[in-house]
Design a protein. Structure first.
Length: 723
């Protein structure tokens, strides 16, 4: 659904019996979260879910209990910032139900989840909140066969259960007994005997006689049963299979492609199959039948096999490896969205720091032999960090050493840090543990990322590997961001130099102008405007050179200079346009330009105008009526050296207002240009007699170009003063 939230019941669903009210506080030791989640999943027929609790005094959600799937499936989101673009975080942040109907909608609205879990499943996330506070959130999932809309009875059960849990959590907090994480709800421990698994000896004998292999996997992928045929086909005795993951105990199945099929079947609850080559030449077919407690696998010989039958997605061998790679994939997707340096700092704070349990961070860059603070988060007093801005790289500090050596440094406690660095050279920030990560991009150091922990923190080998991998992603994002910021400053500096710094005071005429660069690309373009005072009159010009790059901006500067020169020597509006057209052709540029040029004569209350393929100006009369000026005109500048540009004389009495603009103000995808012009005229008429500056701001805001622009926008307003 387009708004990610269900609206309306599914006619084929009937509500189960309503949950009984429970107004009493939970008994001490009672697994409230687990019981609530299990009852909720059973009520709405969901096959997996999780409860998250909001960390006290920290905008972070932590998974408290998960059911129906191994926690490794949601490893990248076990701990996340409240601002993360994840359904459960959005539900808690916006205090509303978030509904995702399937994999296409997940990929469209939550691509980071789709990258890690690209399988068909539906998901609903809801806040656990009262009127006074938010305590966390819940998500549940269904197989991909779930209807595209959430039924009304499902919505009611979900909302009611979350409301009841929120009240219980509120009472628990008020009574001084806040809840914490509980054991996950998974299938019972695997049964290792055939009789125990199948119930009867006769059933076991029947399975043993089948000509194909059968085995059962629990939710973790461990083999809980295998018949003799399965062991024979796999080449591993039954005793070697039981209790192990299938892809871990069979060497030739140790491929991420095959583990992915298990994960796809379990999450989508759809029958999944693949083929695999048992060396040297035997092809086997595997068919996976999922349920809420695990998988049944049928193994047989494949007669005709095409290797393309399998498709791999996410590599993983063990739970630890799955967590690591999933986190890196998810956070890599987040960092690709960063544009400027400030975006990188914010993403590290919102995504990476919560995921690794860090409470504060500093991002440093090296420039001219010194460290400079690019940004920091989590420190109540910014002076703690800023005092290290500009510190020489020769100083014996952990940040400088990590940057110059290219080696990460981890300090579990303050004592470890003080043994190597005197505290005047370290970071007296009140924290208890630190990770100093060198940021290496394209083989050279670009900075250091410092992650600080409020309490002593042990960094095991797998966590150090994760942090080191993330530092490489941060470095690449930071390098891109710094290049973007430099390009951004260059573009804006060039644009500012080519456009008028201010508008001159004009006899009998008020003027106001606005220029807005495109929000895509280099944020620079070829739109321009200018006012040129002449003897007793005023010349005005607005135009648009093709493109949004440095070439367009440079050509725009040449055209603006030419218009000024031709105006100064006294050419008429038509001659100014013809001369500028010939100049553009003589320059040999392949770009074209549109333009409107006019000369105002306040003494005679007229304006003489010439147009070259440009959108027509708007004229607002003193009585408030607005009309689009249908000016005679010629072709775009730069096409035909012999082009003629006729002029039109327009009455311009005191109180009249002329609006000159470029197409970026009126053109929108899928909107007819005539409708856009009519809308702009209506807005200009409705604004009333505001100051020109207010009028310019209102036109830009109301046109919808103030925030997102695919094209740059220039606007020039001229009003004849009343005497």
């Amino acid at each position: 659904m387009s708004d990610w939230q269900a609206s309306g019941p599914a006619p084929d669903a009937a509500p189960p019996d309503a949950d009984p009210p429970d107004a009493s506080p939970p008994a001490v030791g009672r697994p409230m979260l687990s019981l609530t989640l299990a009852a909720l999943m059973d009520a709405v027929h969901a096959h997996s879910g999780a409860v998250y609790l909001l960390t006290p005094d920290e905008p972070v959600l932590e998974m408290a209990v998960m059911a129906g799937l191994p926690r490794a499936f949601a490893a990248p989101w076990e701990r996340m910032g409240l601002s993360a673009p994840i359904p459960v975080a959005r539900a808690a942040r916006d205090r509303r139900l978030v509904w995702v109907s399937g994999e296409e909608e997940m990929a469209r609205h939550f691509p980071r989840i789709a990258v890690v879990l690209p399988y068909p499943f539906a998901l609903a996330a809801l806040p656990v909140a009262t009127d006074r506070a938010t305590y966390g959130a819940i998500f549940v999932t269904w197989p991909g066969s779930h209807p595209p809309e959430l039924a009304e009875w499902e919505r009611e059960h979900l909302t009611a259960a979350c409301d009841r849990l929120a009240l219980r959590l509120e009472r628990a907090v008020e009574s001084g007994r806040p809840l914490h994480s509980e054991p996950d709800l998974l299938a019972p421990a695997p049964v290792t005997t055939v009789a125990g698994t199948l119930g009867t000896v006769e059933a076991a004998r029947m399975v043993a006689r089948l000509p194909y292999g059968l085995c059962a996997l629990d939710l973790h992928g461990r083999v809980s049963f295998a018949n003799t045929a399965a062991a024979t086909l796999l080449g591993v005795p039954v005793s070697g299979l039981l209790g192990s993951q299938l892809w871990a105990c069979v060497p030739w199945l140790n491929d991420p492609v095959y583990e992915d099929r298990y994960r796809a079947a379990l999450l989508s609850q759809q029958v999944t199959s693949f083929v695999a080559l048992r060396p040297p030449s035997d092809w086997l077919s595997f068919r996976l039948y999922p349920s809420e407690s695990g998988l049944s696998v049928r193994i047989s010989r494949a007669r005709a096999v095409a290797r393309a039958g399998g498709s791999g997605l996410l590599p993983a061998e063990t739970g630890t490896r799955l967590v690591t790679i999933s986190q890196v994939l998810s956070l890599a997707g987040a960092l690709t969205e960063a544009v400027g340096v400030e975006d990188v700092v914010q993403l590290v704070a919102d995504e990476i720091a919560p995921a690794v349990g860090s409470q504060a961070l500093v991002l440093l860059a090296a420039q001219a032999g010194r460290l400079h603070v690019l940004g920091h988060r989590g420190y109540p007093d910014p002076h703690i960090v800023e005092r290290f801005d500009g510190m020489p790289l020769t100083e014996p500090t952990p940040s400088a050493h990590s940057l110059t050596s290219g080696l990460p440094a981890f300090f579990d406690t303050r004592q470890q840090l003080e043994r190597l660095y005197p505290m005047r050279h370290a970071t007296p920030d009140g924290m208890g543990a630190w990770a100093y990560l060198p940021l290496i991009a394209s083989g050279r150091p670009v900075g250091t990322c410092v992650l600080a922990y409020a309490e002593p923190h042990t960094f095991p080998a797998d966590e150090r590997a994760v942090l080191t991998s993330l530092s490489g992603l941060i470095a690449q994002a930071l390098e891109r961001a710094r290049l973007y910021d430099a390009k951004h400053r260059l573009a804006h500096g060039l644009q500012a130099a080519l456009l008028p710094h201010s508008l001159p005071a004009l006899p009998g005429v008020e003027a106001a102008a606005r220029y807005l660069p495109a929000t895509q690309g280099m944020e620079i373009g070829g739109d321009f405007y200018d006012l040129v005072p002449t003897s007793g009159m005023t010349a005005a010009v607005i135009g648009d050179v093709q493109g949004h790059n440095v070439t367009a901006a440079g050509l725009m500067g040449q055209i603006r200079t030419a218009v000024r020169a031709y105006t100064t020597v006294g050419q008429s509006p038509g001659e100014v346009m013809s001369s500028t057209n010939r100049l553009l052709i003589d320059l040999g540029s392949e770009l074209f330009a549109s333009c409107v040029y006019l000369r105002l004569d306040p003494a005679n209350d007229v304006a003489v105008m010439a147009r070259a393929g440009h959108p027509p100006p708007l004229l607002r009369r003193p009585d408030g009526n607005v009309r689009v000026l249908d000016l005679a005109g010629g072709p775009l500048l730069g096409i035909d050296a012999d082009a003629v540009y006729p002029t039109t004389e327009v009455a311009f009495p005191p109180g009249s207002l002329l609006a000159l603009y470029t197409d970026g103000l009126v053109e929108s995808p899928g909107v007819d240009i005539e409708d856009s012009l009519a809308g702009l005229a209506e807005r200009l008429s409705a604004i009333g007699d505001l100051s020109l500056d207010r009028t310019a701001d209102e036109l830009v805001e109301l046109s919808g170009t103030a925030q997102e622009r695919g094209d740059d926008v220039a606007l020039l307003l001229l009003r004849a003063r009343r005497t």
